[in-house]
Ligand binder design. Sequence first.
Ligand code: ARG
Length: 580
Amino acid sequence: MDIISETKNKIKNVLSELGYKDDLILIHFSSRPELGQFQYNGAMQIAKSMRLNPREIAKNIVEKLNKYDCFEKLNIAGPGFINISFNSNYLINYLNEIQNDISINIKKYPNKKIIIDYGGPNVAKALHVGHLRSSNIGEALKRLACLVGNDVIGDVHLGDIGRQSGMIIYGIKEKFPELVYFDDKYTDKYPERLPITNEDIEKIYPEISLRAKNDEEIMKEVRNITAELDRGNKGYNSLWNYIKQVSIENIKRTFDKINVSFELWEGESDSYQYIDKVINLLKSQNCLEESEGAYVVYVQKEDDKFEIPPLIVLKSDGTSLYATRELATAYSRVERFNPDEIWYVVDSRQSMYFTQVFRTLYKSGIVDNKTKLEFIGFGTMNGKDGKPFKTRDGGVMKLETLLDEIKKESNEYLKKENIKESEKEEIANKVSVATLKYADLLPNREKDYVFELKRFSSLEGKTGPYIIYSCIRIKSLLEKSGENDYKIVNIYSKTEKDIITKILQMPIVIDSSYRNKTLSDITEYLYELDSLYNKFYSENRILTESNKDKRKSWLAISQLVFKVNKLLLDTLAIEIPEKM
Ligand code: ARG
């Protein structure tokens, strides 16, 4: 069991012996490190509910806790903060144990089934930085949720049908009107291949989108094609399926580059088969109302402080919308997987829409109260002008372009003599992904942030390169040492103690990160841990240390630091290159 849970259990025993009640025993990092490694602040709470003196309560708790020989010092500060230090023997044993299996140092939760909807790329449109954020955050949250003991299914929820489909088909029809897809009388099999590449497809969308904005005729035809697709027009659908296939191959390649993968590759269109059921349910629950020709669900509640508009569920012509497919997707998820929770990792600007959707799902009973729906919004990645990140010529920043720019910066790290030509590509890729992901996961999830290429690529400060470079250095130290029995014999200095305390904090960091669904706790923690370690590294000559026990202990600490880094970087989906 992790050291924090173990300590909580001890406190729990003591509280029950004393007849005190604290349902949520929380252990914090100590705000006064000189007094202890950790802090328990429950005495104040208990005192309040029992109308007693908090210091008195803290004193009683400490008295009882002293029977455990794991504590070196239990200190009461201020109105009743209990500062906790563990004794060295206990720590050394514990650390040597987690050396063999670092996962002991993770608090596990009761297993739940969680579906995470993230990524959300759109077929036939380029992946942009918004999708990048959803992918980075979603992938890391998925790994984190697994780490603490859940069963997790990641669903990419492709935007694989909608207005963009109509635009692309319009564009193709205009250029190649003779294609059989556009021949109503055609009854044979449609061709398997077409000379259309992903680049062609990505060019068509912005062109037609712009023209349609200025030309009502084009827009009308685009709408018409989109509606026909929705109604199942064979030619259009089979052309669209071909385009989808080309586009998805490309999306998969890009996701692969940033270590993002999904258990389910489903899209909006997979929900078509559930739409009738959903509409029937909405009707039978009296949720559906006609409004200006369309069908809507009213979701405003009496005690709402602001207006929540109704959710439009069907267009006047009976065709589906984004929201219809949203409801049908939720229906299918519940029916097929019966999840405890569904998380939606989507740009915060869609928060109102998800309020409408969640309310509709609960109101109609499509989802019942057993399943928790959670919106996990995130801020935008901005350019220096404070507006969503654009290319130099003002276009949408494609994920691929951004990766290329970062890769150019990473060339700095390929100059070392020991790096062979053949290794450079892989190293550059890993460094750029680390740069991008670490930067993207560093700010609080909900905050907008400015992407600063130079700063994020630097080897100094809170950056991906700093973290992975620290890891590479430890790894190389361990390899050179020839050590194969990593055991801490003794703790010799304050810096070592500080590193150890940091290592012990890992369960708290993982726990808070999981509860708040923010990765920034982990990125910040990695920086703190590695900075401490690097200080230690520069203070000591580890490899040439003549005191055998010291050398052994130092190497063991080094390996622990590496293992903690590796575990957390894996969680963030960041790989450590062999060299840089
Ligand atoms: N495809 C959408 C977009 O690009 C994101 C999908 C988010 N997920 C969802 N279930 N609506 O904005």
